[in-house]
Ligand binder design. Structure first.
Ligand SMILES: Cc1cc2nc3c(=O)[nH]c(=O)nc-3n(C[C@H](O)[C@H](O)[C@H](O)COP(=O)(O)OP(=O)(O)OC[C@H]3O[C@@H](n4cnc5c(N)ncnc54)[C@H](O)[C@@H]3O)c2cc1C
Length: 644
């Protein structure tokens, strides 16, 4: 029997990395919020690698933090090794990566959720989405593609009905979850949890298109049975690192990882048993991640490679479980044990948890607006793995935007949509809703055309003002941001105003500081453009320059050294902005636009882009089609029919 058990402003289905960010954002923005999860003990569970960040993913963590999200703060409190990657390359690809103590990460996030005002957390299994007709008075003038339905609540397997006008689905890898280990398969969620078997049917009944994806994870082995002498130590950085712009943690107990490799013996066992590999013999139907392949896929995809690197990553300070990164598999157990024992250092390892693959339902994200609201169902949002992505960071990035926009929806405010030039979050969501994805989508720096502007070090400069405008950035974070910004502006101003003349004394001071002499008057700012010059070496030559905090010094050095490249990218952004600002009315009948190519007409009718810029990124819509659309829009405007 169903009964109404409660009414909220926002209901978030799922307390994974997407759901917790969505729920915390909505609650912190003043909405009465319900966070539902299948297991209170698995809030913010890391079912796969015990790490946060890395290339592009570290950028997402910083961006979530800059907006007022939780992942960065939580990682700084609970991670047990930090490394800045790609420091040998330019700042655009510098990326922080940290090893997490999984249980500490989970329970710290659980504690934060349980102590957030306006937020209730419940262990419930949601089976159905409740929809109602959009009242005629709100039906957007009856436009043919205006949503006819709106979200109004959810049903729990035990009969409770919770009502709310805004619902965020963040169901991850649980919808019709199916676990595969060789020939052995069963319905299940990650880490031995229950799957959610019914909710997919409710989505399908609402006309939402589903996809079947798959991901996999490696075995966990017992640290006591590993021979680390046969591996290479991978220590953390000595320098203190933090994800959050709010963290000042300077000392941590760090634990190392270890590097080892597969070899020909490993590869032979895998080749000899490829007929029993579920991803090769058809047991697995779901589409897996190209950039996170299983070991059996690597053997098939790179047959000439004589070894693959494996990182042994501790899962926490209070466990012997070790994650074998790079060895994701769904091979039968006898094969898993055999190939693990061929690896240097793992010859006698005990497996604590088997490697497995999981198949699950997710939605086709082209059904979403850039706000992550479904085009066809008002007040219904989606975030995370449920949108076809893979990764904790990708999930958190979508979660905070979905939570913010659910709150904006409740308040009747315009949604927050980050552009590709604002953030990796903008690139991620635009790629999903404009191009869609046919496999689990993973963020990479190569996906961002403006990556020199979207560095991890300036995420706060790009996004904290947006978080403040909507009310998610706290006073403490705002004050800190303003102080940092002022320090950067003051330092840059002083460098611009500090002129050096090529006197003997000046050049002697420069040489003393290891800086080549100058031959004409120059500013300290221009001197800092030289790659061999740092702010600190400049201060040695110019002692009047003030000492700067590291985060300010980094900004000053990057902005002076990369000024030319940054300016060039800003010009590219300005050029694209013209197209982004050309809004497309959402009631265009593309079949009525003459001389559009059929493929473009079909894609535009399906995706219904919000701007000419978004239209130009739809695969199958050519620049010629965009020009046709521009001319047609102009004609409509002149005839006073559509678009300004
Ligand atoms: C086996 C495995 C291997 C993975 N491998 C990788 C990898 O190699 N690289 C990578 O980047 N990522 C990997 N991931 C993905 C990574 O775990 C996810 O990207 C991330 O956890 C997604 O976060 P999310 O919040 O979208 O969903 P999840 O973390 O999956 O959380 C979903 C939440 O929804 C809840 N839920 C679902 N349905 C219902 C319902 N009907 N009612 C109530 N609650 C519900 C669950 O309880 C859970 O709290 C892997 C995941 C798994 C399971």
């Amino acid at each position: 029997m169903q009964f109404t058990a409660g009414t909220y402003d926002v209901i978030v289905i799922g307390a994974g990395h997407a759901g917790v960010e969505a729920a915390l954002a909505a609650a912190r923005l003043g909405c009465r919020t319900l966070l539902a999860t299948l297991s209170m003990d698995n809030i913010a569970l890391m079912p796969c690698n015990p790490s946060v960040g890395g290339p592009a993913k570290g950028h997402l963590v910083r961006e979530v933090d800059a907006l007022g999200g939780e992942m960065g703060v939580n990682a700084d409190k609970t991670c047990i090794q930090f490394r800045m990657l790609n420091t040998g390359k330019g700042p655009a690809v510098h990326a922080l990566r940290a090893q997490a103590d999984k249980k500490l990460y989970q329970f710290t996030m659980k504690e934060t959720c349980e102590n957030t005002e306006n937020l209730d957390v419940k262990q419930i299994l949601i089976t159905d989405l409740l929809l109602e007709d959009v009242p005629a008075s709100e039906a957007a003038g009856g436009a043919e593609n205006a949503p006819k339905k709106r979200a109004c609540g959810v049903v729990v397997e035990t009969g409770e009905v919770y009502l709310a006008p805004a619902i965020v689905m963040a169901t991850g890898t649980y919808l019709k979850g199916r676990i595969i280990i060789g020939e052995h398969t069963y319905s299940g969620g990650p880490n031995g949890q229950r799957p959610a078997m019914k909710f997919s049917d409710s989505l399908a009944a609402a006309g939402i298109r589903l996809m079947r994806f798959k991901t996999g994870t490696p075995a966990r082995v017992d640290a006591r049975t590993l021979d680390y002498d046969k591996m290479q130590l991978q220590p953390g950085d000595d320098e203190a690192r933090n994800f959050s712009f709010m963290s000042d943690i300077t000392t941590r107990e760090q634990v190392p990882c270890y590097l080892t490799y597969t070899n020909e013996a490993t590869h032979k066992i895998l080749r000899d048993n490829m007929d029993r590999a579920p991803m090769a013999n058809g047991i697995i139907e779901g589409v897996g991640p190209r950039y996170c392949p299983s070991i059996e896929t690597k053997i098939l995809r790179f047959p000439d490679k004589d070894r693959h690197q494996l990182f042994l990553e501790p899962e926490g300070l209070h466990t012997n479980e070790v994650y074998v990164q790079g060895m994701s598999t769904s091979m039968p157990m006898d094969v898993q044990l055999a190939f693990l024992h061929t690896i240097p250092g793992l010859e006698h390892c005990h497996v604590m948890r088997a490697g497995y693959a999981i198949e699950y339902d997710c939605i086709d994200p082209t059904q979403l607006k850039p706000s992550l609201e479904f085009k066809a169902v008002r007040g219904f949002f989606s975030a995370g793995q449920a949108n076809g992505t893979s990764g904790y960071e990708e999930a958190a990035a979508q979660g905070i935007i979905a939570g913010i926009n659910a709150a904006q929806f409740i308040k009747g405010e315009a949604p927050v949509v980050l552009r590709r030039s604002d953030a990796y979050i903008g690139v991620l969501i635009d790629d999903l809703v404009t191009k869609g994805t046919h496999e689990p989508y993973r963020m990479m720096t190569s996906r961002a055309e403006y990556r020199l502007l979207l560095r991890q070090d300036n995420a706060d400069m790009r996004l904290t003002p947006i978080g403040r405008r909507i009310g998610l950035v706290s006073d403490a974070r705002w004050d800190r941001f303003l102080r940092k910004k002022a320090a950067i502006d003051d330092a840059l101003k002083l460098l611009h105003e500090t002129t050096l003349t090529p006197s003997a004394a000046q050049n002697a001071a420069l040489e003393e500081a290891g800086i080549a002499p100058i031959h004409s008057a120059t500013t300290a700012y221009d001197l800092l453009k030289r790659t061999e010059v740092t702010y600190d070496s400049l201060r040695t030559a110019l002692p009047d320059l003030p000492a700067l905090a590291k985060e300010v010094r980094d900004q000053v050095e990057i902005q002076s050294r990369y000024e030319g490249y940054i300016k060039k990218q800003q010009e590219q952004v300005a050029h694209m902005e013209k197209l982004e600002e050309r809004r497309l009315p959402d009631n265009i009948d593309y079949s009525a636009v003459p001389s559009l190519r059929d493929e473009a007409r079909e894609k535009l009718q399906n995706i219904r882009p919000e701007s000419l810029g978004q239209a130009s990124r739809i695969s199958g819509v050519s620049p010629a089609d965009v020009s046709v659309l521009m001319v047609w829009l102009e004609q409509q405007r002149r005839m006073g029919v559509a678009g300004k």
